[in-house]
Ligand binder design. Structure first.
Ligand SMILES: [Zn+2]
Length: 598
């Protein structure tokens, strides 16, 4: 055990490829230079893009300079935010981050006109330039910016909306964050934060889970009227905005930014909601494993068993690299660099940010990964997840900065795939008991990302519709839509108690970015469906998949998937993902039968 800690405690990242230290004079030089470049960009190109005399040369030069300013500014951001994430308790790191953000705003402001002008420029002129060889690498960026064209208002109207939003919708979003982050939840006369109380729902002790659930509802209940007021305001703000911009239905703006059409999203959601039976099957079996007469809202995340053996950092690295290597040698060698060149910070430390992430940084550098590795199976899958992201961004480094990041539903393309590969490996070498726990984790994780988000999307559709057709909603209205949609997912396998009626009230996505939730659902089901295709096509699939990763965000989702012979409009493709989940649940059922008998 101490061996594990010793080894992993030395796993810290080396940020010197960004800057040598917080006192590195290059930081100040880069800030000054970028401010000058941004100002020069504005004076050179403002009014020249949305202009009848626009040439391919001007458009090409401007995009390349824009790309380069954005890329270099993001290195400053990466350095300050990565240092802060490594130790959030150090005030100097917080101050550097705050200062960097302010400077980046200063760099960004003079650039704001650019996207607007690209969107507004005359159609026949832009279409004529798109075929020019110097514009070709930027086609996707230009086309995406121009998708918003029919929904943009005049510059004066846009500015008015922008400026008044700080005391309007943005103020309500901030109020929501303030209200929810200041809430305390009373557990055994101790005031817990939201994340602390939610963590207790994973406790093996049922009484602890029951107490936590009651405290969560009690805490939310005290602010329910305020939160319902904020929700009503957000719904109405969206309704007004959609009307002014001539969006035809509430989800339309989200579909545009995700570069997905309505038909695809509807097929995915329909595939999920018509297969809720798999959720019911799993939880019925989980109830049996836990030996409870009935499962309720605070039993969903209950672990099957209370402890497991810890895995060393070296062993975890070997498992991940082996699994990646069996899929593709390219994936393995890309992932190896992260270990060999110190791009990972895995040491658990006080003050380090919670959770895990992979920061893509820029195409001319390399990504960084942060996690706190404690040797549990879920730490190994987290490592696989983040390394999947890492390999994705590493392979996309041939792209320009603006083509580097994919859309939201494509963001988990390699991470979830990496998890699948490692899961297959882990479960093959595990004992019967460990396999049961592994399957439970895997299935519950997928359910939370796929079916739960689909149910939440349905809830969101219902409340937006209600606000538009019947006016404001009461706390009870929200509770009814919430309970109905989530209960439908479980069937009779989990009976949600009345306390659960308030649990819509802490979901930040509903406030911060309406209809965000479906991207999780589309993204994860997409990867499961692709994994199914990999099982059918084998090595041939792996090579083409690597090509998709190399394309980064240079193509729209459907264009990327065409490289794999996938049509996102085909319901059968999405059924493949559900088939994987069904097989996992069957496997869980037979593992339990064996375990019980043995
Ligand atoms: Zn991820």
């Amino acid at each position: 055990m101490s061996e594990t800690k010793k080894a992993v405690s030395a796993v810290e990242w080396d940020l010197s490829d960004l800057y040598a230290s917080p006192d590195d004079p290059r930081i100040e030089q880069d800030i000054e230079l970028l401010i000058q470049r941004a100002k020069a960009f504005e004076s050179t190109y403002k009014g020249k893009i949305d202009c009848l005399a626009l040439t391919a040369g001007t458009l090409g030069d401007s995009i390349r300079e824009y790309d380069s300013i954005a890329r270099d500014a993001s290195k400053l951001d990466a350095y300050a935010s990565l240092r802060f994430a490594a130790d959030t308790s150090d005030p100097a790191r917080g101050a550097l981050l705050q200062r960097t953000m302010e400077k980046i705003t200063e760099i960004t402001l003079p650039l704001l006109f650019f996207d607007l002008e690209i969107a507004k420029a005359d159609n026949s002129i832009i279409e004529g330039l798109l075929a020019d060889p110097c514009i070709a690498p930027h086609q996707h960026y230009i086309r995406t910016a121009r998708l918003l064209r029919p929904f943009q208002l005049s510059e004066i109207e846009e500015r008015l909306l922008q400026e008044t939003s700080n005391t309007g919708i943005k103020a309500f979003r901030r109020l929501f964050e303030e209200v929810t982050s200041r809430m305390t939840f009373d557990v055994d006369s101790e005031g817990l934060t939201q994340s602390q109380v939610l963590a207790l729902l994973y406790s093996p002790d049922r009484e602890k889970r029951r107490t936590a659930a009651a405290a969560l509802s009690e805490g939310l209940g005290q602010h329910a009227n305020t939160i319902a007021f904020i929700f009503n305001t957000v719904l109405q703000d969206k309704s007004v905005n959609d009307r002014l911009r001539h969006y035809k239905y509430p989800e339309q703006s989200r579909h545009l930014s995700n570069e997905l059409d309505r038909e695809i999203v509807d097929i995915v959601i329909e595939t999920c909601t018509s297969n809720y039976s798999v959720v019911k099957r799993y939880y019925s079996k989980k109830r049996e494993v836990l030996g409870l007469p009935q499962l309720t809202h605070f039993d969903r995340y209950a672990p099957l068993f209370s402890s497991e053996d810890a895995c060393s950092w070296d062993a975890a690295r070997d498992i991940v690299l082996e699994s990646f290597g069996e899929f593709s040698p390219v994936m393995r060698s890309a992932a190896s660099e992260f270990f060999d060149k110190n791009w990972i910070d895995a040491a658990p430390r006080k003050g380090k940010r919670g959770g895990a992430f992979c920061h893509y940084v820029t195409p001319d550098l390399h990504p960084f990964i942060l996690q706190s590795f404690l040797g549990r199976n879920k730490d190994i899958t987290t490592l696989a997840h983040e390394l999947g992201h890492g390999v994705h961004s590493y392979l996309s480094r041939g792209q320009t900065y603006l083509n580097f990041h994919g859309t939201l539903p494509m963001a988990e393309l390699a991470s979830t795939f990496g998890e699948m590969l490692v899961f297959d490996k882990l479960q093959k070498r595990a004992s019967a008991k460990e396999r049961l726990a592994l399957y439970a984790d895997k299935i519950e994780g997928s359910f939370a990302t796929i079916f739960r988000q689909a149910a939440m999307f349905r809830f969101e559709q219902a409340i937006h519709k209600h606000r538009r057709e019947c006016g404001e909603l009461t706390v009870d209205d929200y509770g009814r839509y919430w309970q109905d949609n989530i209960q439908e997912m479980f069937g009779d396998s989990v009976i949600l108690g009345d306390e659960h009626r308030l649990w819509w009230a802490y979901v930040n996505h509903f406030i911060a970015s309406p209809f965000y939730v479906y991207a999780y659902c589309v993204g994860e089901l997409l990867v499961l469906s692709l994994y199914q295709k990999y099982r059918e096509d084998g090595a041939r699939f792996a090579d083409r998949y690597m090509d998709v990763l190399r394309a980064g965000g240079s193509l729209a989702p459907q264009e990327l998937m065409s490289k794999l012979g996938v049509t996102l409009h085909d319901p059968e493709f999405w059924r493949g993902g559900v088939a994987i989940l069904e097989r996992e649940v069957s496997e869980f059922e037979s593992l339990w039968a064996e375990y019980k008998a043995g």
